[in-house]
Design a protein around this ligand. Structure first.
Ligand SMILES: Cc1ncc(COP(=O)(O)O)c(C=O)c1O
Length: 380
């Protein structure tokens, strides 16, 4: 099946018993056992639940992996992946990953002596130089949030394999519709399913997919032990969102290209970060591993312009955290998503105070452009 069909019929398709075309919501904590040691495949819903199974099998199908896991948030998925490591281990981390990923590693896992090094993973030489014997994984986001830096998934996976360490890829910005990291050699792919997979800004969820049975067993052990599972209702909601991913994503891409072209021509805009542009420094690598530029555009307003006035005067586009929903959302990384990243690091990596990140939604593209055009006038 092609991905458009898999989105609708992958995983567990409907309900065999009744013929219901929608997977039932098994809103139960526990299951009747027929005798001691004899159950019908389920014992307790932290360990396994049929609705969660359905979304876990669906994401495994979509990412072409062996096994999928659903968590209560993207960060719960990330934290669960990090629990694979031990005190004294070290992780190489893409230098401008999502602020929350940095925070959980820097402020939580570091307390357990899990170390990290921030590396510009688009620079393979630097990645190779950073590998010491305590490094156990390379954690990348491509494109990164919010500066859209591209990392070569194939090459990073090769380096990791040569060193017998894991490659973990946050695929939130692309979704499996545009990019499939496991097919490119990664070991673990993860999603904040809150974003494009859910797609409607009504759900917080996270997913992990692996292509190795043994690694799958380890993650299931962590999922069951640490317990940050996705609820049956939210699993169902996520399945419902995933069904329309292909049509949503096609429109997201069309709108984003149109908006990016408008921004490029606007004299209030100093710099645009958008991997759909041919002159984006990672364009060739991105096109070799993904089938579209995505629909998140970050841009910097010219010096002297008032970013707050610009944001306050938007009428259609919503100022808020998150991305990937049907509505266009705009955020100010320095004070919102990346506020936890120290000021000096933010300046160093380019998260300057005049930077905004726009998640282009599914509204009419001329309405989006009109809203931006009008609000930019107020920034001057
Ligand atoms: C790239 C990326 N990864 C992970 C996360 C964390 O996901 P969640 O908010 O679902 O916990 C986010 C959230 O914005 C994100 O943008």
């Amino acid at each position: 099946m092609k991905i458009e069909s898999l989105l609708i019929h992958g995983g567990i398709d409907g309900d065999k018993r009744t013929g219901a075309v929608s997977v039932p919501i098994y809103q139960t904590s526990t299951y009747k056992q027929d005798a001691i040691g004899k159950n019908r495949g389920y014992e307790y819903s932290r360990t396994g639940n049929p609705t969660r199974d359905a979304v876990e099998k669906l994401i495994a199908d979509l990412e072409e992996g062996e096994r999928g896991f659903a968590f209560s948030s993207g960060l719960a998925a990330i934290s669960s992946a990090l629990m694979l490591f031990h005190s004294g281990d070290k992780i190489i981390l893409s230098s401008n990953v999502y602020g929350g990923t940095f925070r959980v590693i820097d402020k939580v896992f570091k307390n357990f002596n899990l170390n990290y090094e921030l590396v510009d993973t688009s620079n393979l030489k630097k990645v190779k130089e950073s590998i010491t014997k305590d490094v156990k994984a390379i954690f990348i986001e491509t494109p990164t949030n919010p500066l859209m830096t591209i990392t070569d998934i194939r090459k990073i996976s090769q380096i990791a394999e040569e060193n017998k360490i894991l490659t973990i890829v946050d695929n939130t910005f692309m979704s499996p519709y545009l990019q499939k990291p496991l097919k490119l050699g990664a070991d673990i792919v993860l999603h904040s399913a809150t974003k494009y997979l859910g797609g409607h800004s009504d759900l917080i969820a996270g997913l992990l997919v692996v292509n190795d049975r043994e690694l799958g067993e380890k993650i299931h052990f962590i999922q069951n032990s640490a317990g940050a599972i996705l609820s049956p209702f939210d699993s169902w909601l996520l399945i419902r969102g995933i069904k329309t991913l292909s049509v949503r994503m096609d429109r997201h891409l069309e709108n984003a290209e149109y908006v990016a072209e408008f921004l490029r021509k606007n004299d209030a805009v100093d710099k645009i970060y958008y991997p759909g542009f041919k002159d984006h420094p990672g364009y060739e690598i991105h096109r070799s591993q993904a089938s579209g530029g995505g629909a998140v555009i970050s841009f910097v307003l010219k010096e002297g312009l008032d970013v707050n006035k610009f944001l306050k005067n938007l009428k259609l586009i919503t100022l808020g955290e998150s991305l990937g929903g049907v509505e266009s959302l705009i955020s100010h990384p320095a004070t919102m998503t990346h506020a936890t990243v120290p000021y000096e690091i933010r300046q160093e990596i380019g998260i300057v105070d005049n930077l905004v990140r726009l998640s282009v939604g599914l509204e009419n593209k001329d309405d989006i452009v009109e809203d931006l055009k009008n609000a930019l006038k107020f920034a001057k």
